[in-house]
Design a protein around this ligand. Structure first.
Ligand code: GCW
Length: 680
C-alpha cells in the first residue's frame, strides 16, 4: 500500500500524451563533471525522468548534442555550459538557470546551469517539479536564487531518539547503529530537503544534554554529514551552555572566563577536524531552565560572542535563540524577549544570528508578529517557525501552516518605515554579505510517512519554500504540493487546496478565536484547558492569558495594561492598541473587552466567540465532506488514513468548542446564542 514515504517526490508516470511531449524536449541527459553533488543531481534527474516518462527511457548519454538533450553543469564542470556564455553572475552560489537553447548545429536543448554544483542540484529539482506539474518545457528561461542564506531544520531530537514535540515516531537518527550503518532513509531525507532548498539541519534538541559534543558522538555526526554533503546540506548541533562543566570538568561556564573560551575553542577545532564543513551551533540559553550567560551575570551577547569567536575562523555561525522568559520575571511574557535582546542590538559578532519565533509567546495557532522583527537593525535576525504542530492538534489535525507563515512574513513592522514587512527584514542583510536565515522546527520522525500524517508533509514542504523565498504565497505552494503529492488532475488539486487554505483558520476558530492564546492543557498541549489556574508558574496557566472575568475577556496589553504594544513601531502600536482599529483576529490578544462589546459583525463579543467556535467545527465537517468526494480519485491507503484523521479532528474540534464554551459560559453567565449547535 502507498504509505506516503515518497513525499512530494513521487514521480508518477505521466499519461502517454504528456510523456510524448516531455520526451520531445527532454530525451536524455548530458552531465559533465564528476563531483558528488553533480552525481546526486544526475541520479535524481535520471530517476525522476525515467519514472515519469515510462515507457520512454531517459538515460545519461555522453556529450553529443541532439534534439532533446538536457545539459546540466557549471561553467567549471562542463565545457558545453561554459561555451554557452550564460548570465550566471547574479545567481550567487546557490541559484540556477534553466534555459531552452539551440546549438550552433541547430540542436534544441535544455540547459540547467549554475555557478556552483549545488545550484545545478536545485535547478534539477526545479526542472523535475515542472515535469511533475505538467508544465511546458518549451522556451524556458527561468532564473531563481534563494533570498536567505541559512535555511535550516531544527530537530528537537534527543540522543535517546525521543523527539520533543514530535508526533511522527522516534527520531530518524538511529544513533546506536551509526556511524557504521547509514540507513538509506538519511539519503531520502537529504533528497527531500534539497528538493525544497533546505541547506542545513540542526540534528539535536535545544534542550538536549551536551553528550553529542563527545568524540564518540561526533563520529556519528560525521557519518550523517557525509550522507548530506552531496545534497548541499550542512550539519549543525545544539551547544548546551554548561558543556564546559559537564564535559570539560571546569568549575564554571562563564563566557568571560578565559578557560571557558579556550575549552570551546578547542572543542570547535575538534569538531572541524571531524566535520570540515560543520555549520555551527544553535543555542537555547536562560530559557525554561536551560543554563546560559545570565547565570554568571553576563548578557546573551557575551555568551553568543564567545561561541562565535570560536567558530569564526572555521566559517561557522551561532544561532542564538531569543525565546527567553524567566520564572522570576513578573513582567508580561510577551515583553521579555524584546526587553532583554533589543538593547543588545549591534553588540553581537557578525557570525551570530538571533533566532526569533514568529510570535512573542510560543507558536500559538495565531499570534501577532514578534516585536523584535525590525527592532534590531544592526543584528541579523532569523525566523523560527514551528513545523511540528505542538499547539495545533498534533499530527491528526489537518492544518496547513503556509497561511500562518505568509501572515507572519507579510506583517508590516513599520521599521524603519511602512512596507518593511517581516519578510523584508529577514531578507535584508544588516550589511552587505551579512547572514540571513530561517529555521523550522522539524516535524520529521520514523513514521512511514515521515511527518505523522500525509498532510503534515505539506508543512515541511512549505517551510522549505518560504525559507527559499519569504515572499512566497501559501496558495501556490499548496497547489504545487497537492499536485505532486496527490495527483495533478484539477479535480484532485482544487478541493485539496481549498481544504488546506481554510484549515489553519479552522484550528484558530475551535481552539483560540479572536486573539485568545495558550489555552491548551498542561504539558502535552493537546486539548483544551482554559480553566487551568493552579500551575506553579503564573505564565504557564491559561487563565493568565485569557483573563476572563464577570466583566469580559482578554489580555490588556495597551497602556492601561502591560503596554506590550509599545514594543512595536508607533504606527503598529497605535493600531494594536486601539480597540476600534485592532484587527479582530488580535482583539483579545491586546484588549480586555466586555462580554457585551459590539464586534464588527454586530454580534456581542460573547455571541461572536461562540460563533467562531461553531465555525471552526463546521470547517472540519466541510473538510470531511470534501475528502469523501476524493474517494477513488487517490489511492485507498492514504485516502483512508486522511479520512480517519479528519474524523479524529472533528471529534476533537467539538471537544475544544464544547469545553471552551462551557468554561467561558461559567464566567460570562451569558446564554448561548440562537443557532449555536448544541453539543451532541
Ligand atoms: O514551545 C515550547 C515547547 C518546548 C520547547 C520550547 C522552546 C524545545 O513547549 O517543548 O522546548 O518551546 O522552543 O525552547
Amino acid at each position: 500500500a502507498d504509505t506516503g514515504y515518497d513525499l512530494w517526490l513521487r514521480y508518477q508516470p505521466l499519461d502517454r500524451r504528456q510523456a510524448d511531449a516531455v520526451q520531445h524536449r527532454a530525451a536524455y541527459l548530458v552531465a559533465e563533471g564528476n563531483s558528488p553533488t553533480l552525481a546526486a543531481a544526475t541520479e535524481e534527474l535520471r530517476r525522476g525522468m525515467s519514472a515519469m516518462l515510462a515507457p520512454h527511457s531517459f538515460a545519461v548519454a555522453g556529450s553529443a548534442m541532439r534534439n532533446g538533450a538536457v545539459v546540466i553543469g557549471t561553467p567549471q564542470s562542463s565545457p558545453i555550459v561554459a561555451a554557452l556564455g550564460l548570465p550566471l553572475a547574479k545567481l550567487g552560489a546557490e541559484g540556477y538557470l534553466i534555459r531552452s537553447a539551440t546549438t550552433a548545429a541547430g540542436a534544441r536543448i535544455t540547459v540547467i546551469a549554475a555557478n556552483q554544483d549545488v545550484g545545478v542540484l536545485y535547478g534539477v529539482f526545479a526542472f523535475l517539479k515542472r515535469v511533475q506539474l505538467g508544465q511546458s518545457l518549451d522556451n524556458l528561461d527561468i532564473a531563481d536564487a534563494p533570498r536567505l542564506k541559512v535555511r535550516v531544520l531544527n530537530h528537537w531530537d534527543n540522543l535517546d531518539r525521543y523527539v520533543e514535540r514530535g508526533y511522527a515516531g522516534q527520531s530518524i537518527w538511529d544513533w546506536q547503529k551509526l556511524p557504521d550503518h547509514k540507513d538509506p532513509r538519511y539519503t531520502d531525507y537529504a533528497r527531500a530537503n534539497a528538493s525544497i532548498g533546505i541547506n542545513g539541519t540542526v540534528l539535536t534538541n535545544v534542550n538536549a544534554n551536551a553528550d553529542v559534543l563527545r568524540p564518540e558522538w561526533l563520529a556519528k555526526v560525521k557519518a550523517l554529514a557525509g550522507v548530506f554533503r552531496p545534497w548541499g546540506i550542512k550539519v549543525y548541533l545544539t551547544a548546551r551552555f554548561s558543556a564546559p562543566i559537564e564535559l570539560g570538568g571546569l568549575k564554571t561556564a562563564d563566557p568571560l572566563d578565559p578557560k571557558v573560551a579556550a575549552w570551546w575553542k578547542a572543542k570547535v577545532e575538534e569538531i572541524y577536524r571531524v566535520i570540515p564543513d560543520f555549520g555551527g551551533f544553535l543555542v537555547k540559553a536562560n530559557s525554561e531552565g536551560q543554563p546560559g550567560p545570565n547565570d554568571y551575570k553576563r548578557t546573551h551577547a557575551d555568551g553568543a560572542n564567545m561561541l562565535a569567536d570560536a567558530l569564526a575562523p572555521h566559517g561557522g555561525v551561532v544561532m542564538w535563540r531569543a525565546f527567553v522568559y524567566a520564572a522570576e520575571n513578573p513582567d508580561d511574557r510577551h515583553k521579555q524577549a524584546y526587553t532583554e535582546f533589543q538593547p543588545l542590538d549591534g553588540k553581537f559578532r557578525d557570525n551570530v544570528l538571533v533566532q526569533v519565533k514568529n510570535g512573542a509567546i510560543d507558536f500559538q495557532p495565531r499570534e501577532p508578529f514578534h516585536p523584535l522583527f525590525g527592532a534590531m537593525p544592526r543584528t541579523p535576525l532569523m525566523m523560527e517557525f514551528q513545523i511540528t504542530k505542538e499547539y495545533l492538534g498534533f499530527a491528526t489535525h489537518l492544518a496547513y501552516l503556509g497561511t500562518m507563515w505568509e501572515e507572519a512574513l507579510q506583517a508590516d513592522t513599520f521599521r524603519p518605515t511602512r512596507g518593511w514587512t517581516v519578510a523584508r527584514v529577514l531578507e535584508t542583510p544588516v550589511e552587505p554579505g551579512a547572514a540571513t536565515g530561517m529555521a523550522g522546527v522539524a516535524n520529521i520522525g520514523s513514521d512511514f510517512n515521515w511527518s505523522g500524517s500525509q498532510f503534515d508533509q505539506a508543512n515541511w514542504y512549505a517551510f522549505g519554500r518560504f525559507a527559499w523565498n519569504p515572499e512566497a504565497r501559501a496558495e501556490p505552494i499548496a497547489r504545487d504540493w497537492a499536485a505532486m503529492t496527490w495527483g495533478s488532475d484539477p479535480a484532485i488539486v482544487d478541493p485539496i487546496v481549498a481544504m488546506m487554505m481554510g484549515s489553519r483558520e479552522a484550528v484558530v476558530n475551535y481552539m483560540t478565536p479572536l486573539g485568545l492564546g495558550h489555552l491548551m492543557a498542561t504539558g502535552h498541549h493537546h486539548g483544551p484547558g482554559p480553566w487551568i489556574a493552579d500551575l506553579a508558574r503564573p505564565e504557564w496557566n491559561p487563565v493568565y492569558y485569557h483573563k476572563a472575568d464577570a466583566v469580559g475577556i482578554g489580555f490588556d496589553r495597551t497602556a492601561t495594561g502591560t503596554n506590550a504594544v509599545a514594543q512595536y513601531a508607533p504606527e503598529v502600536a497605535a493600531q494594536f492598541g486601539d480597540v476600534k482599529r485592532v484587527p479582530e483576529q488580535f482583539l483579545l490578544w491586546f484588549h480586555h473587552v466586555p462580554w457585551d462589546y459590539r464586534t464588527r459583525s454586530g454580534r456581542s463579543l460573547w455571541d461572536e466567540l461562540v460563533t467562531h467556535y461553531d465555525r471552526g467545527v463546521g470547517t472540519v465537517a466541510a473538510m470531511q465532506a470534501s475528502w469523501e468526494g476524493l474517494k477513488g480519485k487517490v489511492d485507498d491507503a492514504r485516502w483512508s488514513e486522511v479520512r480517519d484523521f479528519l474524523a479524529i479532528q472533528r471529534q476533537e474540534a467539538g471537544w475544544w468548542r464544547d469545553a471552551s464554551i462551557a468554561y467561558f459560559q461559567s464566567v460570562s453567565k451569558r446564554s448561548l446564542p440562537t443557532g449555536h449547535a448544541a453539543p451532541p
